[in-house]
Design a protein around this ligand. Structure first.
Ligand code: AMP
Length: 551
C-alpha cells in the first residue's frame, strides 16, 4: 500500500518517521500546508489542536533543516509551556531520522540551563514569547540565522497579551525568513499581524460543507487520555451493543487497541492499511456475519469498504475534521433506525466539539460514564437473563441428571449452584473495571492560569500517582516482566486473578513497560497475592512480584 505522505515531497527520513508513528495519510491541514511550505511560501493556517497542525508546520521545517549547521534555524512560538513541550516532543519524533536538535524554552525552568543548552546545540527552538524575548535580550538566543518561524495558536498568544513580545521577537528575525501562522480563528488582529509580518501567505483552512446526520444519537464523554481505555470498556459492557465500529487515528493505535481489548477479554480485530487484502477480507467477513462484534479501524481503512450497519460507532480518537466525523457515524443509524455515535473527548480537544456541531448542525449531548457498580450490575442482569432463557427454553435433562448424581453424592444444591455460577462467570475475571480519573470541569476556553494549573496540578500528580500506587485502597505492585517478554494485560490479570484466586475487580490499572509491569491490587489482597505468586511461571519465566518502590 502506498502512503500519500510520500507524494507530498518530504524527505524519505521524514516519511519513514510518520509511517512508523502509524500515520496513514496526511490530515486536511497537512495536505494543504505541507506542499505550500515546501515550496517556500508563507502559510496562514486556520486549525486548532487535534487537526494535525503540529506536523503540518514541523515536517516542512525539518525538511529544510541543515543538520550539519549548529545554529538556531527554526523558531516556534507557543502560548503555553505545556504546548511548547508537546510541540518539542512531536518534533523530536518527526525528526528522529534527521537527528534534529530541538530545545524547549519556557519560564519556570532554570534560565542558566537553557542558556547552556542553547550554546551547545539547538537547531530548532520552541518557546513561549516571554522567555524567548528574555534570552534574546541576554544575548543568548541569536535569531540572525532563523529561516523558519512559526506562530502556533496565535490567537491564544494574543489573548494572553503576548502581542508586544511576539512583535519584538519578529523584528529580531531576518526579513527573508519563511513564516507560518496557525490559529483557530482568523480575527482582524490576526490578519493584521499576518499582513504586517508575512509575505503573500497562502491561506489553508479546513473546508466545511454542512451535512446533517439524522437518526443518530450523538453523545460524548469527557475523559482524560489515560482513562480512555477504561472508559471504552465500561461502555462496551453497559451499552446495548450489537456490533461496534471503533475509530482511532493511526495504524499503530488500531493494532494496540484491539490487542488491549483482546487482552481484557473483549474479542476485537483491527482494520488498517498495513493488512493484506486477504486479512482485511477475512476480518470484514467475520464482522459482517456477526462472528466478531468489535472492529477497530482507521478512517483510511474504513473508507470505501462495505461495512454493514452497526449499532454503535465509537470515536475513540476524535476525527481530524468534521467531514471524517460524518463519514464515521454514517455507518450507524441507517434505514431509519436510531444509531448511536459515541465520542471520547479529552479536555484539550473539547473546543473542537463546536466545529463538529456546527458542521452537522446537531448538538452532541455530554453524557457521564457508567460507574463501576453499574457495570457489575449489568453483568449480573445479563447473566440472569441468560439463565432465564436457558431455564425456559432449553432441555436441561442431561445436566439435571448430573446434578442429581452430585446431590446424591452429598453436595448441597445451593453450594453447587454457586460453584457453577463462579465457573460460568470466570471470564469476567479477565475484565476488571479500571478506575477513571475524573475530569474537573472548567470553562470551554481556558485562560492562562488554568492552563498552568492543568500542567502543574493534573499532570504531575498523575506521574506521582502512577509511581506511588493508585487510587485509595490500591497498592502498586511491580512484576519483573514487560513488553519485551510479550506480556499483555490479559496475562497479568489472568495470572494474578486465577493463581491468587482474587476477583478481577480487585485488580486496577496495569502499566506494561519495556522490561517491567506495574499493576494495582486492592490492599486487602496484596499479602495473599504476593505470597501465592512467588515462584510462579509466566510465559516461561519465573515471576518476581514485589511492592513497587516509590521512585
Ligand atoms: P495536533 O493537532 O498536531 O496536536 O495533532 C493531534 C494528534 O494527531 C497527535 O496525537 C498526532 O500525533 C496525531 N496526528 C497528526 N497527524 C496525523 C496523521 N496524518 N495521521 C494520524 N495521526 C496524526
Amino acid at each position: 500500500m502506498s502512503y500519500a505522505f510520500e507524494t507530498l515531497g518530504l524527505r524519505p527520513e521524514l516519511v519513514k518517521a510518520v509511517v512508523e508513528l502509524g500515520y496513514e495519510q496526511p490530515t486536511p491541514i497537512q495536505a494543504g500546508a505541507i506542499p505550500a511550505l515546501l515550496e517556500g511560501r508563507d502559510v496562514l493556517g486556520q486549525a486548532q489542536t487535534g487537526t494535525g497542525k503540529t506536523a503540518a508546520f514541523a515536517l516542512p521545517m525539518l525538511n529544510g533543516l541543515d543538520v550539519n549547521y549548529h545554529g538556531v534555524q527554526g523558531l516556534i512560538l507557543t502560548p503555553t509551556r505545556e504546548l511548547a513541550v508537546q510541540v518539542c516532543e512531536a518534533i523530536y519524533q518527526y525528526g528522529q531520522f534527521r537527528n534534529a536538535r530541538v530545545l524547549p524554552i519556557y519560564g519556570g525552568q532554570s534560565i542558566m540551563r537553557q542558556i547552556k543548552r542553547l550554546e551547545r546545540d539547538a537547531q530548532i527552538v520552541v518557546g513561549t514569547p516571554g522567555r524567548v524575548l528574555d534570552l534574546i535580550r541576554r544575548g543568548s538566543l541569536k535569531l540572525g540565522e532563523i529561516r523558519y518561524l512559526v506562530l502556533d495558536e496565535a490567537d491564544e498568544m494574543l489573548k494572553m497579551g503576548f502581542i508586544e513580545d511576539v512583535e519584538a521577537i519578529l523584528k529580531e528575525t531576518p526579513k527573508e525568513r519563511q513564516t507560518a501562522l496557525f490559529s483557530a480563528t482568523l480575527s482582524p488582529e490576526i490578519r493584521r499581524l499576518a499582513g504586517k509580518y508575512m509575505n503573500d501567505p497562502v491561506s489553508v483552512t479546513i473546508e466545511s460543507k454542512v451535512r446533517t446526520v439524522e437518526h443518530t444519537e450523538q453523545r460524548y464523554y469527557l475523559v482524560h487520555d489515560e482513562s480512555k481505555f477504561a472508559a471504552l470498556t465500561r461502555l462496551l459492557e453497559t451499552e446495548e451493543i450489537n456490533n461496534v465500529l471503533v475509530f482511532v487515528r493511526t495504524r499503530v493505535g488500531a493494532a494496540e487497541l484491539s490487542e488491549n481489548l483482546n487482552g481484557r477479554g473483549y474479542p476485537a480485530e483491527a482494520l488498517h492499511g498495513d493488512l493484506s487484502q486477504d486479512v482485511r477480507e477475512t476480518v470484514l467477513r467475520r464482522f459482517r456475519k456477526g462472528q466478531l462484534a468489535i472492529l477497530v479501524a482507521t478512517d483510511v481503512a474504513a473508507r470505501g469498504i462495505d461495512i454493514p450497519e452497526v449499532s454503535h460507532v465509537v470515536n475513540y480518537d476524535m476525527p481530524f475534521d468534521p467531514e471524517d466525523y460524518v463519514h464515521r457515524i454514517g455507518r450507524t443509524g441507517r434505514a431509519g433506525r436510531t444509531g448511536i455515535a459515541i465520542m471520547l473527548v479529552t479536555p484539550r480537544e473539547r473546543r473542537r466539539l463546536r466545529d463538529i456541531e456546527s458542521f452537522t448542525r446537531q448538538p452532541m449531548i455530554r453524557a457521564t460514564l457508567p460507574l463501576a457498580e453499574e457495570v457489575y450490575l449489568r453483568r449480573e442482569q445479563r447473566f440472569q437473563s441468560i439463565l432465564n432463557t436457558l431455564l425456559l427454553e432449553e432441555n436441561l435433562e442431561a445436566e439435571l441428571d448430573f446434578v442429581r448424581t452430585l446431590e446424591q453424592g452429598g453436595y448441597d444444591l445451593a453450594d453447587l449452584a454457586a460453584a457453577a455460577i463462579r465457573m460460568a462467570r470466570s471470564s469476567e475475571i479477565l475484565r476488571p473495571i479500571d478506575d477513571i480519573r475524573e475530569v474537573v470541569d472548567r470553562p470551554d476556553r481556558p485562560q492562562r492560569r488554568e492552563r498552568v494549573e492543568d500542567h502543574d496540578s493534573s499532570r504531575r500528580p498523575e506521574r506521582a500517582r502512577r509511581q506511588n500506587g493508585q487510587e485509595p485502597g490500591m497498592v502498586r505492585l511491580q512484576l519483573n516482566m514487560g513488553r519485551e517478554h510479550g506480556i499483555r494485560p490479559g496475562d497479568v490479570v489472568g495470572a494474578i486473578a486465577s493463581e491468587a484466586g482474587i476477583p478481577g475487580r480487585a485488580i486496577g490499572a496495569i502499566d506494561i513497560q519495556k522490561t517491567r509491569t506495574f499493576v494495582d491490587v486492592k490492599d486487602i489482597h496484596v499479602e495473599s497475592v504476593l505470597s501465592k505468586m512467588s515462584r510462579r511461571m509466566l510465559r516461561g519465566k519465573e515471576i518476581t512480584l514485589t511492592r513497587a518502590s516509590n521512585n
